[in-house]
Design a binder for this molecule. Structure first.
Ligand SMILES: Cc1cc2nc3c(=O)[nH]c(=O)nc-3n(C[C@H](O)[C@H](O)[C@H](O)COP(=O)(O)OP(=O)(O)OC[C@H]3O[C@@H](n4cnc5c(N)ncnc54)[C@H](O)[C@@H]3O)c2cc1C
Length: 426
């Protein structure tokens, strides 16, 4: 059974093992039911699900703990659904390596498992002569990262391919594609389930402590936590003692990492930053104006307001970058982020899009949806890499923190899972 609930999880707890040392714990924790388990994955987004599947395929017993009432309600269902090639990231970085590897295994997985996807290719465009050197830099990065088939094109050639496009030069990336992220998660989850993974929804990890050289996770039912947000008293209802725990909580991963007591705080990045990205959909158009994904050059915090097509041929533009304030830990665990797309933001979209799509008609943009990027660096700071920290870095036995898993996290998800299993499975 893959859909468990917090109550089922709590009722399955065995009597507390006698060998645990309780002397240093608070009275509250001494009375808390405790369960020793094999592997816990915290967070059922695409990355957590891919990691759970990979661990389960290796014969491990996996419990996925998710604060929401189902899987994939966070960033994994609020993105562009693009299978990135691996062009943008510094050579040798985790983003570059895991994106290129992730793309290859993702395409194969989608083909083998009937997950809807399409390798439609993408054009990154320079719309002014001053942008051309940046386009050349991207080409160099891409080649160094091992991205296949990249080709610089003259503007006229790109505009022949895409008659609605305006540009002076373009970089063609034929191996970029799109995927139905929900179907991907359903498929990965089904496999994990077949290999003894249990999913416990409405179940939130609120912190932890180290005892007898093992990490102890403090668990609370999400609905009780909702009440605590109001009166701010949070009570641990269950303790899980896993051999291996993967903190794959996306937007709240850094906050949770700081709450896992005993962690050497010096090695955990100081602050979380959040950059909301809004999408607008194209209405009043019968056929999509483009056949490829069209991207301008990257901007501070994102890769530019681009054209994305979904598998049904719908067109959306986005995401932009809006730096937003964080929130308290518990609210972030419960995904209380503001995903509102304010209609007036479209006034910024029109001029951005018209740089490469001059025929965009007035009144054709409708508010779509928003996603939020979990950032490890703030406005005007250089972008950071994915951070994957194990015991060797932070000193906590069996804990792996996945921090700053922003784009290309969807593309990289299966490669992140592979990386974790090869590096941290004992
Ligand atoms: C606007 C935007 C566009 C993007 N476009 C692309 C793209 O085109 N291609 C691409 O490759 N990548 C893209 N990305 C990145 C990609 O979407 C993410 O990297 C990926 O979805 C992250 O998955 P995740 O599982 O780490 O996080 P999430 O999907 O956020 O999952 C984390 C889960 O943890 C749960 N959780 C949080 N705290 C707790 C807790 N304390 N206890 C229990 N559960 C908890 C949450 O409820 C959530 O379900 C984009 C991201 C954004 C924001």
């Amino acid at each position: 059974m893959w859909k468990s609930s917090f109550r089922l999880l709590k009722n399955s707890v065995k009597p507390r093992p006698k060998h645990l040392q309780w002397s240093n714990l608070s009275t509250q924790l001494q009375k808390t039911p405790t369960e020793v388990v094999d592997c816990v994955v915290i967070g059922a987004g695409v990355v957590g699900i891919a990691v759970a599947r990979e661990l389960a395929l290796k014969g491990r017993d996996v419990l996925v703990v998710e604060s929401a009432s189902t899987f994939g309600t966070g960033t994994s269902s609020r993105n562009s659904e693009v299978i990135h090639a691996g062009i943008y990231y510094p050579p040798g970085s985790l983003k570059a390596n895991l994106c290129v590897r992730g793309r290859k295994i993702l395409y194969k997985y989608c083909s083998d498992h009937g997950v809807p996807h399409k390798q439609i290719g993408k054009l990154i465009v320079a719309t002014t002569l001053t942008e051309i050197p940046k386009l050349r830099n991207l080409l160099d990065h891409g080649i160094e990262n091992g991205v296949e088939g990249l080709r610089m094109m003259e503007g006229f050639e790109a505009m022949q391919m895409e008659p609605e496009l305006q540009c002076v030069k373009a970089l063609l990336s034929p191996c970029t594609g799109i995927v139905d992220s929900h179907s991907l998660m359903v498929s990965l989850l089904g496999e994990a389930d077949n290999y003894r993974t249990t999913f416990s929804y409405n179940t939130t990890v609120i912190g932890g402590h180290i005892q007898d050289n093992s990490i102890h996770l403090h668990i609370c039912e999400s609905k009780d936590l909702e009440k605590c947000v109001e009166n701010s008293s949070v009570r641990t209802q269950l303790i899980l003692v896993p051999k291996l725990v993967i903190n794959s909580t996306g937007l709240s991963a850094l906050r949770l990492a700081k709450r896992l007591c005993g962690t050497h705080h010096g090695v955990i990045p100081e602050s979380s930053y959040y950059a909301r990205g809004c999408y607008f959909t194209l209405s009043k158009t019968r056929t999509a104006p483009f056949r490829h994904l069209i991207y301008p050059l990257p901007e501070d915090g994102g890769i530019g307001v681009h054209v994305t097509l979904d598998l049904d041929g719908n067109v959306k533009f986005g995401p932009d970058v809006e730096w937003i304030e964080g929130m308290d830990d518990i609210s972030s665990f419960l995904n209380k982020f503001d995903y509102t797309v304010h209609g007036d933001r479209k006034n910024r979209f029109y001029p951005e899009i018209r740089k490469y799509y001059p025929n965009l008609k007035d009144g054709s943009l409708e508010p779509g949806y928003a996603g939020i990027r979990p950032k490890l660096s703030g406005p005007k700071q250089p972008p950071t890499d994915f951070v994957i920290q194990g015991e060797n870095v932070h000193g906590v036995p069996g804990l792996v923190n996945l921090l700053g898993i922003e784009s290309p996290g969807l593309t990289s998800s299966m490669a992140i899972a592979e990386y974790i299993v090869s590096k941290f499975l004992r």
